[in-house]
Design a protein around this ligand. Structure first.
Ligand code: ZN
Length: 391
């Protein structure tokens, strides 16, 4: 705890007295019913109370993990940060709680906000499983998406803005951990169900394992496709669809397929992610900068589509050209949707998916969904939103 020479005792006493006063006001106001306005309580106390609250903030800040990102290192969020919310609070004005009880004071945090208040918010969202990554104190796109998800799952207006109601719900008794949607049960009959969404905002749990995994080698013979990993697995329905698709390509004269990546466990994804971070750090980046750079091309553990067993990275085995320049890619662009696959990440949709284009990454969603996504030119995030609105 930060105290000043010779003043600590007096300070503690006045802080205690003020805390008692604040508690009294809280109870008193709460007793008056639901119309209780938190701002009133704060404006009614002497200004030195604010100092006492700030001491709590300082304590919380000291105990918070050091996860500062240098400005501009998180490319996807950079734009939003430039437009600070008009009434965004500074760190000193924002209540920070070391535990899950919010201070009774006004809160307004939105895209562009920054500081300890945002860090507290992020830490709480992380504790509840709504936010992945580090609490960097910057209210960017990922934080907003986490707030929206929290609001949706708690019956609040899903506007992505943290006002008093959202703040109090976050730290109140009704706050619950994230409900991962859709649940793994939805994997049954992939083609008929709504395609599962796994991305930065919709992680699957670290212990999630898809059902109906098969060894690809048991389904797809080497004359159809070679496997980078002989033990590669995928969800049965998707693997059989992949086989049908590749056989159709071969019938069209486009062969020499290689399956480079398929199902990945949480631990495998973690290894890949950490390897990239290490490589970037070897190139002289700071750890936070390396993590940001990695996130542009590698999903955090639990947020990779490969974890679903429905995604496959395809390559041409007869050339070292970039896949985008191969006949195999040209064939897939034209035909993959007819077999239930979509090119999951394109440069065009980077803003929506959060990933740079990956022309080699094919995701099985079932023929009907793939056909509609193809017709409408929608990526999975857009399609699911459209599907939800259409129902
Ligand atoms: Zn992939």
């Amino acid at each position: 705890m930060r105290t000043r020479n010779g003043k600590s005792t007096g300070f503690l006493i006045s802080a205690l007295a003020l805390a008692a006063l604040a508690a009294f006001l809280w109870i008193f106001s709460a007793a008056k019913g639901r119309e209780y306005r938190a701002e009133a309580a704060v404006t009614a106390v002497p200004t030195s109370t604010v100092h006492a609250i700030n001491l709590v903030s300082a304590a919380a800040a000291l105990s918070a993990p050091e996860t500062h990102f240098p400005p501009g290192t998180q490319a996807p969020d950079a734009e939003e940060r430039l437009t600070a919310g008009p009434t965004a609070l500074t760190a000193a004005e924002t209540p920070v709680q070391p535990n899950a009880t919010p201070a009774p004071t006004a809160v307004y945090l939105a895209s562009g906000s920054a500081g300890e208040g945002v860090r507290t918010l992020q830490q709480r969202l992380k504790d509840l499983g709504f936010l992945e990554g580090e609490a960097d104190g910057q209210f960017g796109r990922a934080t907003k998406a986490a707030v929206v998800l929290f609001q949706k799952q708690h019956g609040l207006d899903a506007d992505g803005i943290v006002g008093e109601k959202t703040w109090r719900t976050l730290f109140g008794d009704s706050a619950h951990t994230v409900v991962v949607t859709p649940t793994p049960a939805a994997f049954h009959g992939v083609a008929e169900s709504v395609p599962v969404l796994v991305n930065k905002q919709h992680p699957v749990g670290s212990d999630f394992e898809p059902e109906h995994l098969v060894y690809i080698a048991d389904v797809i013979p080497p004359d159809v496709a070679v496997l980078a990993d002989k033990k590669a697995q995928g969800v049965s329905e998707a693997v059989y669809a992949l086989k049908t698709m590749l056989e159709a390509a071969i019938a069209d004269g486009v062969g020499h397929w290689k399956i480079r990546e398929a199902y990945r466990t949480y631990d495998a994804q973690k290894r890949i992610f950490n390897n990239y971070v290490s490589k970037y750090m070897e190139d002289g980046r700071s750890r936070s900068s390396a993590i940001s750079a990695t996130r542009l091309t590698v999903a955090d553990p639990g947020t990779s589509e490969h974890h679903t067993g429905l995604a496959f990275d395809l390559n041409a085995s007869n050339t070292s050209d970039a896949f985008v320049d191969t006949a195999q890619y040209v064939w897939l662009v034209k035909n993959c949707w007819e077999y239930g696959f979509v090119i999951r990440y394109t440069d065009e949709k980077e803003d929506v998916t959060g990933f740079l284009g990956e022309e080699w990454h094919y995701r099985y969603v079932g023929v009907e969904h793939a056909r509609r996504m193809h017709e409408k030119g929608m990526c999975l995030e857009e399609y699911l939103e459209w599907l939800g609105a259409a129902e």
